[in-house]
Design a protein. Structure first.
Ligand SMILES: Nc1nc2c(ncn2[C@@H]2O[C@H](COP(=O)(O)OP(=O)(O)OP(=O)(O)O)[C@@H](O)[C@H]2O)c(=O)[nH]1
Ligand SMILES: [Mg+2]
Length: 287
């Protein structure tokens, strides 16, 4: 898998309510832990993470860039910052960018802080707490998301370890899949804590839910890579993936229409469906 032909990687946002596990998931996917994982809600700007080893910076709402220190991530002025940029040499970032969003319904933070970043995203991994999965506030935000993004997005039911009986787990999973039918490309229950603890133990990794989820994620990134090769505009800007322009092909070779030997006959016009055989007609030649 390589970056898109246009040099843009798919951008995957991590979204959901506060403390749903967005930052824990970003860190799990990267295999390093630059983002704070907190019991209490963090007031952090969206963090756009790309592959590399540049120094961190923030981009303010006017587009000005200012260097920041990663240890002071939480001092960045949230309302005035469009996003914080981190650059990390993690494998996953070779194939996509990750954008870690703040929680969607923090009463202490204007929803502008994350809403203004939506036009930058191609797809979302939505984290919903197993204990209070798919609240009305989550459904309302997802309602406004274009189908192009929804089709390529993943719903993760996080903190699945907090549901202790099989009956509860099935009940939550069934309800959430029913209420979100047709709204995501896939839905997976996961315990992010168990996934982190699993380390190299593949059985534990699969049991945490991380195995099936990451396999689906790889397929999603492959599909997104083909789409983002066709446009610089993030998928959020299209209502449906089918609206993305067709793949850029080799330059169109100009064709010239010549007269048939019989000068009385009109020249063939390309695109004139009364002459559907025009392209293969011997009177057509490429110049
Ligand atoms: N038991 C359990 N705890 C989890 C799981 N995922 C995350 N947590 C814990 O939940 C807390 C919040 O996790 P974060 O990753 O900071 O959540 P967030 O969505 O980034 O939160 P905000 O950025 O504040 O909105 C941390 O203490 C995590 O360790 C999980 O699957 N199981
Ligand atoms: Mg977070």
């Amino acid at each position: 898998m390589t970056a898109s032909a246009l040099g843009r990687k798919p951008r995957i946002a991590l979204m959901g309510e506060f403390s749903a596990g967005k930052s824990t998931l970003s860190n799990l996917l990267m295999g390093v832990r630059p983002l704070p994982e907190k019991v209490t809600a963090t007031r952090l700007s969206p963090v756009w993470i790309t592959y590399g080893n540049e120094e961190p910076y923030r981009v303010d709402v006017q587009g000005f860039v200012e260097p920041i220190s990663i240890s002071q991530l939480e001092q960045v002025p949230v309302e005035d910052t469009r996003y914080v940029h981190l650059s990390i040499e993690a494998d996953i970032l070779e194939v996509c960018d990750l954008i870690d969003f703040p929680g969607i319904s923090d009463p202490n933070m204007s929803s502008d802080v994350w809403e203004r970043m939506l036009p930058e995203v191609d797809a979302v991994i939505w984290c919903t707490h197993a204990n209070q999965a798919w609240r009305q506030s989550e459904a309302a935000v997802w309602e406004s998301m274009p189908q192009s993004v929804r089709d390529n997005s993943i719903l993760l039911i996080t903190r699945y370890d907090k549901l202790t009986t099989e009956r509860d787990r099935m009940r939550v999973f069934k309800r959430v899949t029913r209420e979100t039918a047709g709204m995501f490309g896939g839905t997976f229950p996961i315990s992010l804590l168990q996934a982190i603890k699993a380390g190299e133990d593949y059985d534990l990794w699969d049991a945490s839910g991380a195995g099936p989820f990451t396999e689906h994620l790889i397929d999603t990134i492959e599909r997104l890579t083909k789409l983002t090769a066709r446009t610089e505009l993030p998928l959020y800007n299209f209502a449906h993936a089918a609206d993305v322009p067709p793949a850029v092909q080799a330059p169109v070779v100009p064709r010239r229409v010549q007269r048939r030997p019989d000068p009385a006959e009109a020249p063939l016009l390309l695109g004139d469906d009364t002459h559907e055989d025009a392209i293969s007609a011997p009177t057509l030649r490429e110049t």
